[in-house]
Design a protein around this ligand. Sequence first.
Ligand code: 9J3
Length: 283
Amino acid sequence: MTALAGAVAATALAVGSLAVDPAGAQSNPFQRGPAPTTTSVTQPQGTYAIQTQAVARQSGFNGGTIYYPTSTAEGTFGAVVATPGFTEGQNVLQWAGRYLGSNGFVVMTISTNTILDFPTARANQARAAMTWLTTQSPVANRIDRNRTAFIGHSMGGGASLESGRALPDTEAVVGFQPWDVGQNFGSMQVPSLVVAAQSDPIAPKNQYARPFFNQIPASAEKAYLEITGGHFLGTGFNATQARSTLSWLKRYVDNDTRYDQFLCPPPSGGGIVTYLHTCPTGS
Ligand code: 9J3
């Protein structure tokens, strides 16, 4: 179900126990954490204390690391599976585990079955990992399994787009310098953020990120963020890339419109070369 439908369902089930704001209006049941500021969203660490847990190889994927908020006081969190690129280990997405986990998501970075797997194999593994994370993992009860997202670098970014296309009930996808072959994302229904690097000879933006963005229909909601830098931008913390990633996930996984300010009007500065978007606003 979409996050919006989930909100309606959750509201119908949980009415009476939900927090109310001082004005008496019902608050967003998926909102987590304090209101963001222009400073907070560009820090490598958010406000939640997090714990990490190593995951051994499982059926369908090669294990990984879970980053999750220690607190259960606010209820469950959305789930994010993060997939690395060709020859890369899960460590390249440690920054995303720490940043997104400490901002209120349960994140699992995964290792792929072999480091040479191509994007479709990576996508299959990411979806297996999401199923395991949300139903069988030690943190499954900390997760709202109706609120999921896929992110990844390079072939892991292409894999994330493939997973979103395959699972239209996914809330959001983010691809960092995505790379893939033989794909068309014209049937995408999931809000998708595509992050390109300006100087990337491995996944040149005009061959990969930009056509992927163009293929995704505007009805899905989409953005193309091009930043100065090279192919490995997605393998470490970059404040501009992180801010847009967090805002995209908060907006679509958590319905959190407090982050609209970082999506529309579009961000500028911080190395942004081009930002194309469907400019989502409101709830
Ligand atoms: O995952 C990636 O960094 C994609 C790179 C790539 O050039 O694959 C070529 C086979």
